[in-house]
Design a protein around this ligand. Structure first.
Ligand code: FAD
Length: 645
């Protein structure tokens, strides 16, 4: 087979968003020769699109803030299903990671007295998001890239080669994690431009590939987010945790159709924007759930006073966690009180002077002006829910980011599960990337260095050949077996998949519809084996999509099966047939793994599922962390047996 390049590294990081770059910096600084491989251009990742900010309890704007309050907010937002140790480490370490970014050259917006400014966001008790206007992710990525370049310059001074210890392979897609027995031995991928194959051998692989949004029809995610890392881990034998939890951000653009789903940052509400229905009513006051009743304002006057005097007033209900706001908008539209294009109105024009809007929300101003011809300083925006983030992901050890069951495999960022429980708070992703990206890089480097001499895992040629054959299959689709049907168009399959997930496993779920979705996914899986492409391997987007389909189908089945299994509503999983949160489900995690890891009948038979779901117990929350909450509050979340313990 035509393997173009076969190289040896200590650590390979798959993904160059915030998590991947932070992991790479850490691994390299700890002495590991580190390769970073990314599907898109270096610098183009979801992280760069992040608008609102990084959540970190620095207490710059309200000195009442500290890691314990951040921890509490994160658990409340995740409805207590968070892997609590991750939430603890995250809340404790996020401020350090933000300050560290400044020492590497990031420039955050400042308070009057020169400290890093922090803004309000849904579910955060205090102003907590460090930001750079509404372009925070850009600054984060710029800084991490700059750090990488500075490390490469350092290496050049010592070795004469910029890439001797840290190299970036951009526009390369990884399609398989390779293994030597149970252990990781490297990755297989292809260069998008040339179509040539690539093997990077390494004892440690960090997966940092981001989300799964492209499996849904309306999404804020861009083309790369096809659940590759989730699928790579599954195929390598690592289970996925709680995949039923998918976040629908309440405010995506709804009009014109060409931009449907593009994100409208939560900063719009954090800075004073309000949601209204077609009757002009600020409807969020009607949707404050019992568990949050004492923390949110009951009148518009109190809500408005909160912006100037947060210590003596309760928060506006527009700043409830995202799952609550998304469901409320969904209900308003369904009950006929929506805006002309099927959303609701989000208004800043009557709440702030035009120059303040343009200064605080420059990207939103330009986004609406250019894409929808709407001037947000003079008229309201139309917004509706959009698939935004996946809370479910690779099951990892909280301290080391090691993936469960596969020595040498690590995961960080959106692709890792556990940190956010059933619902992520805005701003908690960028901090998650930095905290756990660093931890993944650290432990991946340590693992690579800790092997006894001569025990470097071996890359098996048969696995490389099988990966190459799998990658080339779309070019001979429909010709392998005499009874193969005609080749299928990958774009058609993708559209049908997105429609299925949107209609049947979307924001509100019902048992018969999820069963229907599983049938449709089985049909699509059979057809996807015949996904065919024409032409050659040089930059062939149809081929790339045909390969991505395997990942989207695997991940979608995980979402649908886990959603069917969890008979309650919690965070980013709402069941119309089980509308309440059920405390008996609090101690339960759902783990998805391959039904037939040997690739036997279950793996190839389109009629049968590829995924097995197992119910496992969550680790009991440490007593000193539980003591941060009032007993009255715990009673609303914890199961009977947990309370009695
Ligand atoms: P990403 O930044 O998504 O990077 C993934 C990387 O993996 C990319 O380099 C990609 O090319 C690569 N990759 C994927 N598949 C493969 C493969 N098969 N082979 C090789 N490489 C691969 N969060 C916040 O906390 N605050 C915010 O204000 C905020 N705003 C957001 C705004 C928008 C519009 C969006 C979409 C998200 C926002 N989020 C925000 C969420 C946050 O940006 C993401 O969750 C986060 O950036 C994910 O980072 P990551 O490092 O895990 O992955």
């Amino acid at each position: 087979m035509s393997v173009v390049d076969r190289q040896e590294w200590d650590v390979v990081v798959v993904g160059a968003g915030g998590a991947g770059l932070r992991a790479a910096v850490e691994a390299r600084e700890r002495g590991a020769r580190t390769a970073v491989i990314c599907k898109s251009l270096f610098g183009k990742a979801h992280t760069v699109m992040a608008e609102g900010g990084i959540a970190a309890a620095m207490g710059n704007v309200n000195s009442g803030d500290n890691w314990q309050v951040h921890f509490r907010d994160t658990l409340r937002g995740g409805k207590f299903l968070n892997q609590w140790r991750m939430a603890e480490l995250h809340a404790q370490e996020a401020p350090q990671r933000v300050w560290e970014l400044e020492t590497w050259g990031a420039l955050f917006d400042r308070t009057q007295d020169g400290r890093i400014s922090q803004r309000n966001f849904g579910g955060h008790e205090y102003p907590r998001l460090a930001h750079v206007g509404d372009r925070t992710g850009l600054e984060l990525i710029r800084t991490l890239q700059q750090k990488i370049v500075s490390l490469q310059q350092e290496d050049h001074r010592e070795t004469g080669d910029y890439e001797s210890r840290l190299k970036v392979f951009q526009e390369c897609t990884v399609t398989r994690v390779l293994k030597d027995g149970a252990k990781v031995s490297g990755v297989f991928g292809y260069e998008r431009e040339s179509g040539r194959f690539l093997v990077l051998e390494a004892p440690s692989v960090v997966i940092a590939t981001g989300g799964i949004g492209k499996s849904f029809k309306v999404t804020s995610n861009s083309w790369e987010y096809t659940g590759d890392g989730h699928a790579l881990a599954l195929l390598a034998g690592a289970p996925l945790l709680n995949m039923e939890f998918v976040q629908f951000h309440p405010t995506g653009m709804v009009w014109p159709p060409s931009v449907k789903g593009i994100l409208v940052t939560e900063s719009v509400r954090g800075d004073g924007g309000v949601l209204r229905n077609s009757d002009g009513r600020r409807f969020m006051f009607d949707y404050v759930p019992d568990v949050f009743k004492d923390k949110y304002a009951v009148t518009e006057e109190e809500a408005d006073r909160w912006y100037d005097d947060p210590d003596h007033n309760r928060r506006p209900p527009e700043l409830l966690p995202r799952d609550e706001v998304a469901r409320a908008i969904n209900t308003e539209v369904k009950e006929g009180r929506g805006s002309p294009h099927g959303g609701v109105f989000l208004d800043v024009s009557t709440r702030m002077p035009a120059d303040v809007i343009q200064r605080r929300l420059p990207s939103m101003y330009h986004q609406f002006k250019e894409l929808a011809d709407v001037d947000i300083t003079a008229e309201p925006m139309e917004v509706g829910p959009t698939c935004h983030y996946v809370m479910g992901g690779i099951a990892v050890d909280s301290d080391t980011a090691a993936a469960r069951g596969v020595p040498g495999l690590y995961a960080a960022g959106e692709v890792a599960g556990g940190m956010h429980g059933s619902n992520r708070l805005g701003g908690n992703s960028l901090s998650d990337l930095l905290v756990f990206g660093r931890r993944a890089g650290w432990h991946a480097a340590e693992y690579a260095a800790g092997r006894a001499p001569g025990t470097r895992p071996r890359v098996d040629d048969a696995q490389v050949d099988a990966a190459a054959a799998e990658a080339l299959r779309p070019f001979s689709a429909g010709t392998e077996q005499p009874d193969d049907g005609p080749p299928e168009n990958p774009y058609t399959l993708h559209q049908e998949l997105q429609q299925t997930m949107h209609d049947l496993v979307g924001i509100i779920r019902r048992e018969p519809e999820m069963k229907q979705a599983l049938e449709k996914l089985a049909e699509l899986r059979g057809r996807a084996r015949r996904a065919g492409v024409e032409g050659h391997r040089q930059f062939n987007p149809g081929w790339h999509l045909a390969l991505d389909l395997r990942n989207m189908l695997l991940v979608s089945e995980c979402v649908a099966r886990a959603a069917l299994e969890r008979t309650e509503s919690r965070g980013g999983h709402t069941r119309e047939d089980h509308p309440s949160m059920d405390r008996r489900w609090r101690p339960a995690n759902l783990l998805c793994s391959l039904a037939d890891p040997t690739g036997g009948p279950a793996a190839t038979d389109p009629e049968r599922g590829q995924i097995a779901v197992e119910r496992t117990a969550t680790e009991p929350i440490r007593p000193d962390l539980l003591a941060l909450f009032e007993k009255d509050e715990l009673v609303k979340y914890l199961a009977e047996e947990e309370l009695s313990r």
